[in-house]
Design a protein around this ligand. Structure first.
Ligand code: HPA
Length: 280
C-alpha cells in the first residue's frame, strides 16, 4: 500500500479496538512496543498474534519491523497479560501523525494501563557502549509538526521528563538484576532526541543534540510519549544503543543496527521478564 493511501485505509482507534477484541478477549495489563530488530518476550504462553494490517488496516514498511501484536502471558506469572507490538509506524515512512500515533491511541482506548516503548538509537553520550540499554529520563521533540514549525521555541524548552512510576519500577528491577547476574549491565539513563530521519543525523543535528545535553538520537518514540502524555497513559521508554557516534568513525548502516540490537535484546528480555514476573 502506498503511504499516501495509508491514512485513507487506517482505522480509527475505536475501530482498531473493535478489530482486536473480535480476535482476543484478553485485556493486557501492559503493552510493550519493540523497535527495529529489538526482539524480546518471544515465548509468551496462551498467546495470539495478530497482524497490524488486521488491526490498523495498514502495515509498516521498514525492515526489522514485522508489524504484529502478540497478546499472551509469561510462563513465570500467569496473572499478568501483556501485548507485544512488533514494529511501529514512523513519520519518515511518510505517515500522517494520526497513523504514527494510532497504536498508542489503540492501547489507551483498549483500556491498557501501562506502556513501555523501545527503540534502536545512536548514543551521543561518549560514555555509552554499543549494546547499552538506556532508560529515558527525558526526551526532546524534533519530530512533531509543531516542533518543526517553531524549532526556536522548541530549543528554548527543557526536555520533556519521563518519570512515571513505571520508569522507577524498571530502574529498580534493573538494579536487582545487576546484583543477581553478571550477564546484566547496569541500565544507562538519559535524554533521547527524536529526529524525523530516515537518514541518520547530520553532524549539525548531533551538535545541537549535544549542546542540549541529549544522550541518544533516534527516529521514533517521541510520538508515542507525547500521545501517552496527552491521554494520561503511564509510559516509560528504553533505547537500545546500537552505535555510538565518535569523531572519525564511519557510520554504520541498518544491518549492523540489527546485529547490535540482537545482543542487547537478550538483556531487554531479562528486564521485561523480571518486571512482569513481579507485577500483581
Ligand atoms: N540514529 C538514528 N537512529 C538510529 C541510530 C542512529 O544513530 N542507531 C539506531 N537507530
Amino acid at each position: 500500500m502506498q503511504v499516501e493511501e495509508a491514512k485513507k485505509h487506517a482505522k480509527s482507534p475505536k475501530e482498531a479496538v473493535e478489530a482486536i477484541k473480535a480476535i482476543t478477549n484478553i485485556l493486557p495489563d501492559v503493552a510493550i512496543v519493540l523497535g527495529s530488530g529489538v526482539s524480546a518476550l518471544t515465548d509468551l504462553i496462551d498467546s495470539q498474534t495478530i497482524s497490524f494490517q488486521d488491526i490498523f488496516g495498514v502495515s509498516p514498511t521498514v525492515a526489522g519491523h514485522a508489524g504484529s501484536v502478540s497478546v499472551g502471558k509469561l510462563a513465570q506469572n500467569k496473572n499478568v497479560n501483556v501485548a507485544v507490538f512488533r514494529g511501529r509506524f514512523h513519520v519518515y515512512e511518510g505517515h500522517d501523525w494520526s497513523v504514527v500515533t494510532l497504536p498508542t491511541r489503540l492501547i489507551h482506548a483498549w483500556g491498557v494501563k501501562e506502556l513501555i516503548v523501545t527503540n534502536a538509537a545512536g548514543g551521543i553520550n561518549q560514555s555509552f557502549n554499543v549494546g547499552d540499554l538506556m532508560l529515558l529520563s527525558g526526551f526532546r521533540d524534533f519530530i512533531s509538526e509543531k516542533a518543526r514549525q517553531d524549532i526556536v521555541e522548541e530549543l528554548k524548552k527543557s526536555p520533556e521528563p519521563c518519570q512515571s512510576e513505571l520508569s522507577k519500577q524498571i530502574l529498580q528491577v534493573s538494579k536487582n538484576l545487576c546484583e543477581q547476574t553478571k550477564e546484566f549491565r547496569p541500565l544507562a539513563q538519559g535524554v533521547y532526541a527524536g529526529f524525523t530521519g530516515p537518514s541518520y543525523e547530520t553532524l549539525a543535528e548531533i551538535a545541537v543534540a549535544l549542546k542540549l545535553e541529549c544522550d541518544a538520537v533516534g527516529m521514533s518514540t517521541v510520538p508515542e510519549l507525547l500521545t501517552a502524555k496527552e491521554l494520561g497513559l503511564s509510559a516509560a521508554a528504553i533505547s537500545v544503543i546500537t552505535n555510538v557516534w565518535k569523531e572519525d568513525v564511519s557510520i554504520h548502516g541498518h544491518e549492523e543496527v540489527l546485529e547490535a540490537s540482537k545482543a542487547a535484546s537478550k538483556r531487554l528480555d531479562m528486564l521485561f521478564s523480571s518486571l512482569l514476573a513481579n507485577k500483581k
